[in-house]
Design a binder for this molecule. Structure first.
Ligand SMILES: [Zn+2]
Length: 248
């Protein structure tokens, strides 16, 4: 049976429910957090304490090894906290209480005070902070640092948003250029028509005369003039587009 009741935890311990599946409080002067993970079927109990030396670490393990014998529960000392991972089975609350009480008793017997689990500073009052990897108790400095980090991350996100807005503006600018390019192409197509008219007037008489003198057939030369006019028109249109679509 994996079910549990928040009321059972609150009723039987000094921990308060801070949010769904997360409890925190002070037990025997030690800051404690309890995180229930139903998906993984485990409960993580974290007792915040100052640094343990090698002897104390061995002693602590001797104490807890007796208690976790025959179960899948584990206890490790991690920098500034003792972390017990308890299997989420029907009797887990009882097992959690036994571990919590005995670990705190041992720490107190060796005069190891509670401390910030992030930096080890012994501070009387700790506050709950979200490190991104989960909620833990933190000292004033670590909470400030965490808030600074959150602020920095927010600023970074805003900067990225600004960059995105800039690239959106840029893409709009490119679209405007295409519009301007089309305007330029239309304008220059008019110039193209004028140039073509002039070309026709000038070239037609010259070329006609030339072909008439050579072949005695002036009308065939008009095909060449049409080709020249078409090329001129296309060049004008492209020139207009290029000239106006270029960024200022
Ligand atoms: Zn700290």
């Amino acid at each position: 049976m994996n079910s549990f009741s928040a009321i059972d935890i609150i009723r039987t311990s000094d921990l308060e429910e801070k949010e769904i599946n997360f409890f925190a409080g002070i037990h025997r002067n030690y800051y404690v957090t309890l995180l229930i993970s139903p998906i993984n079927s485990i409960v993580e109990l974290c007792i915040c304490c100052a640094a343990l030396n090698a002897t104390q670490n061995t002693e602590l393990h001797a104490v807890v090894n007796m208690l976790i014998k025959g179960s899948k529960d584990t206890v490790i000392y991690d920098d500034y906290s003792v972390v017990a991972t308890i299997e989420l089975k029907h009797d887990w609350i009882t097992r959690m209480h036994i571990l919590l009480d005995n670990i705190c008793k041992y720490l107190a017997s060796r005069m190891i005070p509670t401390a910030c689990p992030a930096c080890g500073k012994e501070e009387e009052q700790l506050g709950i902070g979200d490190t991104g990897r989960g909620k833990i108790f933190l000292c004033k400095d670590c909470l400030c640092e965490m808030n600074d980090n959150i602020l920095r991350m927010r600023e970074e996100a805003e900067k990225n948003m600004d960059k995105m807005t800039y690239s959106i503006r840029q893409s709009k600018f490119v679209r405007n250029d295409i519009g301007r390019g089309i305007q330029g192409a239309l304008l220059w197509s008019l110039f193209g028509l004028i140039i073509c008219a002039v070309e026709y007037a000038v070239l037609a008489s010259i070329v006609k005369m030339f072909f008439y003198l050579v072949t005695y057939e002036g009308n065939q030369s008009l095909t060449l003039i049409y080709v020249i006019m078409t090329i001129t028109f296309i060049v004008c249109v492209f020139y207009g587009y290029q000239k106006y679509s270029r960024p200022d």
